[in-house]
Design a protein around this ligand. Structure first.
Ligand SMILES: [Zn+2]
Ligand SMILES: [Zn+2]
Ligand SMILES: [Zn+2]
Ligand SMILES: [Zn+2]
Ligand SMILES: [Zn+2]
Length: 275
């Protein structure tokens, strides 16, 4: 069995059942959620992928960190024939995902230390210096010591493999479908367990979602309160790179609203599929 979309969801699931989401896990899953929404807007699925384990270990989006220290949103996003994800703030030639929290590296104990600072923490090399202390293009030499190439001193929480065994993968929906990978609303975090998904995202997160998705996720038995269905500033921020058929999506939603019975049937189908 392939481990598609395993991520850190097992940990999140167990944590949520026992205590509610832990702070770090919550931040990670919120970020993944935001990135999944961005993906549904652009149609370009960007993942931190381990080919050896066939594991998609993170959903990449605007707030993901690159090895160079800059965010994905600070990189060029030409994803067509002339592929270019070079950084706009430094000499980095292509976006390479790195974990932005120690929990993603299995270092759960680290944030509990008194002297821990998430703003200065970077995924470490065996030379004891962080990724940003290394040159962003190959060979990834260290600027602070003799280290000749970044040698990751951490393992991925989702697949237990080293950073070097991962790649940043760009795919469209048809490519993913052909490989049996999750697309559409199934790409949202915790889509395998709608009950926990609802528990985790019961609050403000739903406001950012297209109405169609809200209904698909919460089901007909729990219609979402009307006052919460409105776009806000945050949603505009998440759609950093939109594509023209967003208008079509909105049109589709409007059409659905005009046909409440048909819409209900569609939503039922989605719910049935899940069971
Ligand atoms: Zn970069
Ligand atoms: Zn950079
Ligand atoms: Zn090093
Ligand atoms: Zn070093
Ligand atoms: Zn991994």
């Amino acid at each position: 069995m392939f481990n598609y979309m395993a991520m850190n969801e097992q940990q999140v699931r167990e944590g949520v059942q026992k205590y509610g989401p832990a702070v770090g896990a919550r931040k990670i899953i919120d970020q993944e959620y935001q990135h999944a929404l961005e993906t549904l807007n652009t149609g370009i699925y960007i993942t931190y992928y381990c080919a050896e384990q066939k594991s998609e270990c993170s959903r990449i989006g605007s707030t993901s960190k690159c090895f160079c220290g800059h965010l994905f949103s600070q990189h060029k996003q030409q994803l067509g024939k002339k592929f270019n994800t070079g950084c706009e703030n430094c000499e980095c030639k292509r976006f390479q995902f790195v974990p932005s929290r120690p929990e993603e590296c299995g270092m759960y104990w680290l944030p509990r230390r008194k002297d821990f600072n998430i703003l200065t923490w970077r995924p470490p090399c065996k030379c004891n210096h962080g990724c940003e202390d290394h040159l962003p293009n190959y060979p990834l030499r260290c600027r602070k010591c003799q280290c000749s190439d970044f040698d990751s001193y951490f393992a991925c929480i989702a697949c237990d493999r080293r950073w070097e065994l991962h790649e940043t993968l760009f795919e469209d929906e048809s490519e993913r479908k052909a490989l049996g990978k999750k697309v559409g609303q199934d790409y949202l975090p915790l889509s395998n367990t709608p009950d926990i998904q609802e528990h985790v995202f019961q609050d403000q997160k739903y406001q950012q979602m297209p109405q169609k998705l809200q209904q698909g996720l919460v089901g007909n038995d729990k219609p979402f309160p009307k006052q919460q269905i409105q776009t806000n500033k945050q949603q505009q921020q998440t759609t950093a790179y939109t594509r023209p058929n967003q208008q079509q999506q909105q049109k589709a939603i409007q059409q659905q609203q005009q046909k409440p019975i048909q819409q209900q049937q569609q939503t039922n189908k989605i719910v049935q599929k899940k069971k």
